[in-house]
Design a protein around this ligand. Structure first.
Ligand code: NPQ
Ligand code: MG
Length: 377
């Protein structure tokens, strides 16, 4: 469903952008590398009534996608924020249209749009979840587990998360760390809800190897091939029993429509940053729901800002599979919000306060800030 009731317009006085470095509780290893510190951009939209907060989920390097911190910083300050400040007074639903002339840079656009949405909804006293069309007050919480030193260490790590109450496990795989890692987790824990995520580490030439994963009854395999390999994903899907889920490839609602039409995606991971914003994420949800394709909410190691927004998104009716919306403590010992998301009986609560329903911990925000700039109109 489209947004039932649009938000009121806001007048933009400026944007503050900060680069943050937040230590991770443990290294997070994927097929594209290991992170020990989350580098992320936090956006503050300045309006006469209230500040609004957003987050640009890029990484320091263009490994998950083509965007990275300095590309987002540059495009946001040089083009995107000035275009929004020129528009001056606008409804949050108009943000994407103002930014549309600028090709790509979806994560940067998403972070700015979220800050404007938060400011508008705070001024109205409306919760982001209600605005998006949430139908649940809490969402089941899954966890994404990085590649460990060896399968035994992976089993230890997964066991810890199961003990905490996470309702679904996703393990990262890459060539050489796939079948044995998956087998170790299956052997240790039996019929738990289990997925694997390859982050584009394979090619269609690996189809026979990937078919070996069929015997583990996985819920899905996520993004085995490259971002632009829709046709190859469709060919691979025909050779696997495991459902193919796309993450990196789904950069818009149109991309979702195309992937579904090709038979490249039986399931879709929805990430607002990857598709250019939470409003486009709702449209991805809508096209998938119309096509009978289940979706779930992905994660980008969000701070408390993006994590609150993800919980709201994941509460929409088409999100029928548990997502990667984990507790803040999965990644951070200290977050930048006063009440970080916690795990309660395997669920994360959807905030109900105005806007994103979060309060920024200004001391933590300042402590993690390594670069800061203010753009005023
Ligand atoms: C995924 N996320 O689903 C991504 C990939 C990912 C939770 O598995 C820093 C910033 C490190 C973003 C590592 C999860 C990251 C990152 C992995 C995103 O594919
Ligand atoms: Mg993924």
């Amino acid at each position: 469903m489209p947004i039932a009731r649009p938000a009121a317009s806001v007048t933009l006085d400026g944007f503050e952008l900060r680069v943050l470095h937040i230590p991770l509780v443990s290294p997070f290893t994927t097929s594209f590398g290991t992170e020990t510190v989350r580098e992320v951009i936090v956006v503050r939209a300045l309006t006469p009534d209230s500040d609004g907060w957003g987050e640009i989920v890029t990484q320091a390097a263009p490994l998950y996608s083509s965007e990275y911190t300095q590309s987002a910083w540059d495009v946001a300050l040089r083009f995107l924020a000035p275009a929004l400040l020129d528009a001056r007074t606008l409804e949050p639903e108009q943000v994407a249209g103002v930014l549309e002339p600028f090709v790509g840079h979806r994560m940067a656009k998403a972070g700015l749009e979220l800050a404007v949405l938060d400011a508008a909804l705070r001024a109205e006293g409306r919760a982001f979840g209600e605005y998006l069309g949430a139908v649940r007050d809490a969402v089941p919480s899954g966890v994404s587990v990085g590649i460990q030193a060896d399968p035994a260490a992976l089993v230890d790590r997964v066991g810890g998360y199961l003990d905490e109450g996470y309702v679904r496990i996703k393990i990262k795989i890459k060539p050489g760390r796939d079948v044995a890692d998956t087998a170790a987790v299956r052997d240790a824990f039996g019929a738990i809800p289990l997925r694997v995520d390859a982050n584009s580490a394979y090619t269609l030439a690996d189809a026979e190897l990937l078919a070996e994963l069929d015997r583990f009854d996985l819920l899905l395999i996520e993004q085995p091939l490259q971002e632009d390999d829709l046709v190859d994903h469709a060919a691979l899907a025909r050779r696997l029993r495991t459902p193919v889920c796309l993450d990196e490839s789904i950069v818009s609602a149109k991309a979702a429509t195309d992937a579904i039409a090709l038979g490249a995606a039986a399931v879709v991971n929805v990430k607002a940053g990857r598709v250019g914003g939470y409003l486009e994420a709702v449209r991805v949800h809508d096209v998938c729901r119309d096509a009978g394709i289940p979706v779930w909410c992905g994660g980008m190691l969000e701070t408390g800002i993006g994590r609150a927004a993800n919980a709201a998104l994941a509460a929409l009716p088409g999100f029928t599979l548990p997502g990667d919306v984990s507790a803040s403590s999965r990644f951070y010992a200290r977050d930048i919000v006063t009440e970080p998301a916690v795990l309660e009986d395997g669920h994360v609560r959807v905030p109900t306060g105005p806007g994103l329903g979060i309060e920024i911990d200004q001391v933590a925000l300042d402590d993690f800030t390594v670069e800061r700039t203010l753009l005023r109109r």
